[in-house]
Design a protein around this ligand. Structure first.
Ligand SMILES: Cc1cc2nc3c(=O)[nH]c(=O)nc-3n(C[C@H](O)[C@H](O)[C@H](O)COP(=O)(O)OP(=O)(O)OC[C@H]3O[C@@H](n4cnc5c(N)ncnc54)[C@H](O)[C@@H]3O)c2cc1C
Length: 452
């Protein structure tokens, strides 16, 4: 075998995760032959598309399901996205500022917000507490309706008014590839319409077979194929102790900007990221988008044909999976949540049920204000840990230690793209005996400008 047709790193998947890794490898390492294979004709057509996700930089300040410990971690990776965008001047093109807040409604949620503010303000010094009078000024729709009638319940907000909050992750993916290709000293290849069907390792080289009958060779492979990462892992005999439950998220929208910024609600600890939020959509000229909902879908890709069989194969249905479902469904709150979210998808009834939930944010919202956002939403591949009979919420990685890594990125994987890529860059450099320029990386993506 000729060595010159072997890549050093091959990335499968051109969503935000794969493209962020492509960028970091080209910019901060001496890996000099990289390729990325993407199934579709362009980057980020699935979850990383701006219409698929909530466009939010989840930095941990208003995500009430995060502990302080978790918030510290996500803040670090979220800031990387912000620093990257500032470095290239993407403000107001790809990254946007909106005011943002988490609101508590009623006595116990308001106490919760107050305590959380006290606990989190040291990590996020810019955090502000908004009482009813202040909310009426900065986000009036939370308080008064068109007739000037106010909200009766106690309400308290916690948030910020001058932070970057929103990213078009689809456009961000494009920039990662463009900027990586600016390094003309190394080989950076991207191949589209290249669906990987099979991967095998022969001696020290991975052979990657695509549906258009091509074979790519590489010393190392990173699978950033979203909900298909586990599918490809299973094909190679890895991660068999995991199954995957595709959880679709849909949205409702208005035809105009009703909210000025992001409004999140207090999350139920049993159902992280399940509480609805409303915010301006950057693909809809700031019109308000509400969601996401959560619905189990028997397919791995939203708005694309097929992948039903891939769902069944990746579910890995057995006694352990049935036990996980049983435990979820026997909990009243979770069962009601699942049924209610199913209802949200049903024409006529769905809109009525959804309106009630959205009115918790905007009491004056009317039926004529909202419509189901057709073509919006994605699929979060939630991992089922069969050994421990638990639904794992959040991201997962299988590092085989044998030159191939599989990343599963339900949420908030877009925010953590550069942080996850850094983790993989370090593993890649250790495996290939390459160098990671950590100083340059830290200077560009981590250090605060006014540190000294
Ligand atoms: C409703 C919803 C709301 C969300 N909101 C947020 C948010 O506000 N903030 C946030 O940070 N995160 C959010 N997320 C999560 C975020 O969207 C994902 O974590 C992120 O987009 C994952 O990126 P990815 O590149 O890993 O996967 P994907 O975007 O799914 O990309 C995977 C890529 O791999 C390709 N691929 C798949 N199989 C193959 C194959 N066999 N061969 C070649 N290519 C293949 C696909 O075509 C695709 O381009 C949300 C997700 C959903 C569903």
């Amino acid at each position: 075998m000729k060595n010159d047709d072997v890549y050093e790193v091959l990335i499968i998947g051109g969503g935000i995760s794969g493209s962020a890794l492509f960028y970091e490898l080209s910019r901060y390492t001496d890996v000099n032959k990289i390729t990325l294979l993407e199934k579709y004709g362009e980057l980020a057509t699935l979850n990383s598309n701006a219409r698929a996700n909530s466009q939010t930089i989840h930095c941990g300040d208003i995500e009430t399901n995060y502990t302080l410990e978790k918030a510290k971690k996500v803040k670090r990776t979220a800031k990387m996205v912000e620093k990257y965008c500032l470095e290239y001047g993407y403000e107001d093109k790809i990254m946007f500022k909106h005011q943002k807040m988490a609101i508590g409604i009623g006595y116990s949620e308001c106490r919760f917000i107050k305590n959380r503010y006290e606990e989190f303000k040291s990590l996020y010094p810019y955090l502000e507490l908004y009482d009813k009078a202040m909310l009426e000024k900065i986000e009036p729709q939370l308080i008064v309706d068109e007739n000037g009638v106010g909200r009766d319940e106690e309400i308290l907000g916690m948030g910020a008014r001058n932070e970057y909050t929103t990213v078009n992750f689809r456009l961000l993916s494009d920039t990662f590839i463009e900027n990586a290709k600016k390094n003309t000293k190394i080989q950076t290849d991207t191949f589209f319409n290249s669906q990987v069907d099979k991967i095998e390792k022969i001696e020290d080289v991975f052979y990657v077979y695509t549906s258009d009958k091509k074979v790519y060779k590489s010393k190392m492979v990173v699978v950033d194929a979203g909900a298909h990462s586990l599918f490809l892992a299973h094909k190679m005999g890895y991660g068999l102790h995991y199954g995957q439950l595709p959880m679709a998220g849909s949205f409702y929208k208005t035809d105009r900007a009703i909210l000025k910024g992001k409004v999140y609600m207090v999350q139920n600890p049993k159902l992280p990221f399940a509480a609805l939020h409303g915010d301006p959509d950057v693909t809809l000229d700031g019109a308000t988008r509400f969601g996401p909902t959560a619905l189990v879908l028997p397919k791995l890709e939203r708005f694309k044909p097929g992948t039903y069989m891939d769902f069944f194969k990746t579910l890995k249905l057995d006694r352990n999976v049935v036990k996980i479902f049983y435990d979820l469904l026997k909990d009243n709150e979770i069962r009601n949540y699942i049924l209610r979210n199913f209802l949200f998808e049903v024409p006529y009834f769905g809109k009525r049920a959804f309106l009630k939930d959205a009115q918790k944010i905007i009491p004056s919202l009317k039926m004529s204000d909202i419509e189901y956002a057709k073509g919006f939403g994605g699929v979060r591949g939630q991992i089922l840990d069969k050994e421990n009979q638990k639904l794992m919420l959040g991201e997962a990685t299988i590092n085989t230690g044998e030159g191939i890594i599989f990343n599963m990125t339900p949420s908030p994987g877009a925010t953590s793209c550069l942080g996850n890529a850094q983790r993989d860059v370090e593993l890649i450099c250790a495996y290939l005996g390459k160098t990671f320029d950590e100083n340059a990386f830290t200077k560009d993506l981590i250090e605060e400008k006014n540190d000294e």
